[in-house]
Design a protein around this ligand. Sequence first.
Ligand code: UDP
Length: 428
Amino acid sequence: MPKRTRIALVSEHASPLALLGGEDAGGQNVYVDELGRHLAALGYAVDVFTRRDREDRPEVVEWAPGARVVHLAAGRAAFLPKDRLWALMPAFQRSFLRFMLRTGARYDLLHGHFWMSGWVVARLRCRLGIPAVQLFHATGMTKRRHQGEADTSPDERVAVEREVVHAVDRVIAQCPAEYNELIEEYGADPARLSIIPAAVNTGRFFPVPQAEARQAVGLPADGPVVVYVGRMLPRKDVGNLLRAAALLRERDLPVRVLLVGGDDTPGSLAACEVAHLRELARDLGVADRVIFAGQQQPDRLRLYYAAGDVAVTTPWYEPFGLTPLEAMACGRPVVGSAVGGLTFTIQDGVTGVLVPPRDPAALAAALAHLLGRPALRAAMGEAARARVEREFTWTTTARRTALLYEALLAERHGAPPLRERAVGAEGE
Ligand code: UDP
């Protein structure tokens, strides 16, 4: 049997094992989980390297056939917000090399996720003499533009991203908006960029009869329900949805707003955001219509999407956005803001409606339009599910990623032997 190609997915803060919907656990965790599993199913040996953030985690966890999570020591084995991890990256890199030295693990290719892991894989690429691929998931430039003073990213972030863009063999953009941003704002070479969209697990997210779903999540069978699923962060602008709900109520179109996501950890960003949203709902006079369902595990989420008539996500910006795809896979139309990846995944007028961000009146108008037209919603829901099945499955994402890996590995064929001695030197 030919030797399996060994891939190191490096994802410093986002582990496939983490709970989703909390402060720093979101789309990247899902992405690394699904990509890792599907690459392993294609025959790759996959190790995901992530920072050890709990004392009780073993160093190595087999989490899917052919795929492992490796917890690397870097700083305290406790949760730290991701914006505080930058200083720990040299230690994280050293732990990676020590792990290789101690266990004899070897890799054929590195794939970094998020900017800090990008910095790590750019360095490991030189030390190990193997190709490196990078996927940013979000960029510092966009974050800074939208969040200004509120952006808590380390000052070095954008400069590091620029360095990584030029240091790795290939950067994956998840949608045309990110592709353009990498070229225009980071000076990326188009020849070293590939567009590979993320996807949705269609076996987990599928249509469920609405009455059944509402019963399962404890909602009355009648009356319109609008659902938001995702992290509770200012940039997701869930307040925009509450404002739209207040406008609809003024027009005698009361809707229930079902909010899924959050984090009960006192003092966490998500807990603060939920407290703020509760207050806002009270001030707007819609508190009796808003249901805070809290954080939910992925295998129950289809019930929440399906309980809604329409799914809504109106962030200020969104690098890609998995939740619209999940809602679409559950056969629900999505109203989303016309930003970033949402302009790519949501087909305006076909699978949902695009509205400007920070515009409650436009959102209210789009909701009134859809909620008054059951046949249109059903048609959009069907088109949404069909679009997902056609274009956004993890099998496709993993196959396209594998093709990219194979192209890079073929280019390396005949390159000088791996500089394995460098590993030994670091580990001592
Ligand atoms: N999610 C979840 N439980 C929750 C809230 C969110 O599992 O309570 C998942 C959601 O299904 C999606 C991911 O977290 O897969 C969020 O990804 P997205 O790309 O939409 O946004 P991000 O969090 O990366 O900004």
